[in-house]
Design a protein around this ligand. Sequence first.
Ligand code: 9D3
Length: 249
Amino acid sequence: MRFDIVTLFPELFDPFLKVGVTRRAYTTGQVDVRLWPLRDHADNPYRRVDDRAYGGGPGMVMLVEPLERALAAIRADRADQAPSAPVILFSPAGAPLTQSRVQTLAASPGAILVCGRYEGLDQRFIDRHVDEEVSLGDFVLSGGELPALTLLDAVTRLQPGVLNAAASHEQDSFSDGLLDCPHYSRPETLGGDTVPAVLLSGHHAQIARWRRERQLALTARRRPDLLATARAAGRLSRADEQYLREITL
Ligand code: 9D3
């Protein structure tokens, strides 16, 4: 799959693509990331790609013409690729990114990602070219680069061979939409704090039940919204429901 990324700060991406479980996918081109520095498409010697907003007010607007030239260059470069990739703009006004959207993109041939800076883009670029606006949530960032990296990471770790078999299976079971159970490793006791005994028992069925109950209790307490979604989607068993009734007595 291929991602083309329009950005004022291409240098932010390089170090990120070289670390962790996702590195191999990027270096082999399994996930082909191509950066398109927006300033390369400026039409003035100062390489300016922003200007003041009509109507006044603070903050600059990203100019429509450099964005359109960058997009035309990408489309030309992708001419031999699979079906036309969607243009995704990262914007505080977008729909919050979800794992469901990530899964769909992970199974697709890729996308063209536009990273906003300043107050935002000239609306005419959005109206003409943007298929989808995506936000990371209700907090204020300086631009769309970290959201683009976030999307890349979420999509790339789902590619075949990136996670080991165990983690991939865990991935499937995360699709039940509950929070994870706590994890423990050595040492067995740490200044009097011991690992839950069941985890040392070797009783695999009891361990699985303990983990499931920790997931249910944690999700009920911290993210009742996720629990409600899991219930509505039929992802809770009779035993799950029984346990939840017990702990809410
Ligand atoms: C004064 C109004 N602000 C909107 C909340 C202006 C503004 C803030 C931040 C305009 C652009 C930005 C830059 N943010 C992003 O490009 C961005 C973002 C974010 O700030 N939060 C969560 N997700 C995203 S995706 C892109």
